[in-house]
Design a protein around this ligand. Structure first.
Ligand code: NDP
Length: 447
């Protein structure tokens, strides 16, 4: 049940954003946490502050024409939702996936606002992307698409305006093509306009690893509150992309064993522990599938086409693929299998029912906007290095990341305690993020 002051705000969000279900879901989850805040501090409900937080500052939709390898003209749709700049320039990734529509980008942008606030760094929230499907496209096609996409997007970017990064379907290769086009068009080497860059051209050490590593740090800290750690634990990680790979790497470093990972076609079960060198070779170099991993793993691994990774018994689950990939049914299975902790590496991978079931069962649950904030935090460190024309060591950067993740964990835990729900990191993250954004917005007046 929503607070009665928040009910009409949510009704308005539904009315103004028809059909955008993921966006409704993300807003609803935050509003669910805010009843306690406005009961304690009624001024946050004044001047339509919450209504303004739910409305993006600017939404850009544009045509992206490009020529495929057969000489045919293709048209995609590009998006950038500049959600909230109260704390700094808009900041958030670009997603290239055929399912992307305005509702996806708005939900991701909305989540990003609170996530970025939680990092404590000077970054606002935004998100973008396209319904372009990079799968099966040649390198030349991906390059031409990225160049066309950036030709339009470049008008809306800038170190002090909006600084995109990667997300699903956008890694260092795509960031390279987009940065190259931006540089060519602007005739300026503005490193601070994109993050996730290569090390040779203004990138930061640890940015590639940051989201996965950060998620593992967050979960390790949650486990610590119960005198537990990753050491000796069996772990399952969905996805096999950037977040999943570096989650697997850090879990192994901390003594845990990841026995399964997946892609949208199925999952691979490898009881000996995922061989990361092989997985990286297949995913990062050959751009292959997890099925190829199972075929090439000499020690024996099983590929389960169309299978559900959450059926694999484990102590810890790290959903790191996409939104709503872990349902109520999956949560019941995990709880039945005595899962200790669930950390969201992806954005909103657990459905609201799944989250409720985990909280009711007393499972340690790290919500994405806290758990996966290490990626954007390290992007902000990349911006700092670009601004000072400096380049930090891997060790120094990772230490900063670990400190930021521990800080986010502790802040969420502290706020959950303060609001009478100890151990509820969902509430803690939503409230802590909201208060920081709300304070800045109140200072600015009605803008
Ligand atoms: P990648 O594109 O590198 O990898 C995505 C992975 O998820 C792929 O293995 C993909 O498989 C899989 N996947 C996608 N859709 C599905 C599905 N419906 N079912 C099962 N698997 C699926 O993306 P990232 O690793 O960068 O992003 C993963 C998640 O983490 C996203 O939610 C993203 O928003 C979030 N995130 C990413 C950050 C980053 O720094 N990269 C920062 C914070 C959050 P397939 O190849 O079959 O599509």
């Amino acid at each position: 049940m929503l607070d009665e002051k928040l009910e009409p705000i949510f009704a308005d969000v539904l009315r103004r954003n028809p059909g955008e279900e993921e966006f409704h879901q993300a807003v609803r989850e935050v509003l669910d946490s805010l009843g306690a805040v406005i009961a304690k501090h009624p001024h946050y409900a004044e001047d339509a502050l919450i209504e303004r937080i739910c409305e993006p500052e600017r939404q850009i939709i544009f045509r992206v024409p490009w020529v495929d390898d057969r000489g045919h003209v293709q048209i995609n749709r590009g998006f950038r939702v500049q959600f909230n700049s109260a704390l700094g320039p808009f900041k958030g990734g670009l997603r290239f996936h055929p399912t992307v529509y305005l509702g996806t980008v708005k939900f991701l942008g909305f989540e990003q606002v609170f996530k970025n606030a939680l990092t404590g760094m000077p970054i606002g929230g935004g998100k973008g992307g396209s319904d372009f499907d990079p799968k099966g496209r040649s390198t030349g096609e991906v390059m031409r698409f990225c160049q066309s996409f950036m030709t339009e997007l470049s008008r809306h970017l800038g170190e002090y305006t909006d600084v995109p990064a990667g997300d699903i379907g956008v890694g260092q290769r795509e960031i390279g093509y987009m940065f190259g086009q931006y540089k060519r068009m602007s005739n300026r080497y503005e490193s601070g306009v994109l993050t996730g860059k290569g090390l040779a051209w203004g990138g930061s050490r640890v940015r590639t690893e940051a989201t996965g590593y950060g998620a593992v740090y967050f979960v390790e800290r949650m486990l610590g509150t119960r005198g537990q750690s990753f050491d000796g634990k069996k772990v399952i990680v969905s996805g096999a992309g950037n977040v999943a790979i570096y989650t697997i790497e850090k879990v192994a470093e901390l003594g845990g064993k990841v026995v399964a990972c997946s892609d949208s076609n199925g999952y691979v079960l490898d009881e000996a522990g995922i061989d990361l060198d092989l997985l990286k070779e297949i995913k990062e170099k050959r751009r292959g599938r997890v099925e190829d991993y199972a075929k090439q793993r000499r020690a024996g691994a099983t590929y389960v086409p169309g299978g559900c990774i959450w059926d694999v018994p484990a102590d810890i689950a790290m959903p790191s693929a996409t939104q709503n990939e872990l349902t109520g049914r999956d949560a019941r299975t995990l709880v039945k299998n005595k899962v200790l902790a669930v950390g969201e590496g992806a954005n909103m991978p657990c459905t609201p029912e799944a989250v409720r079931l985990f909280l009711e069962a007393g499972v340690l649950f790290g919500p994405g906007k806290a758990t996966n904030a290490g990626g954007v935090a390290t992007s902000a460190l990349e911006m700092q290095q670009n601004a000072s024309r400096d380049s930090w060591t891997f060790e120094a950067t990772e230490e900063r990341l670990a400190g930021i993740m521990n800080g986010i964990h502790d802040r969420c835990a502290e706020v959950a305690d303060e609001y009478g729900s100890p151990g509820n990191y969902v509430l803690g993250a939503n409230i802590a993020g909201f208060i920081r954004v709300a304070e800045a917005m109140r200072a600015f007046g009605v803008v």
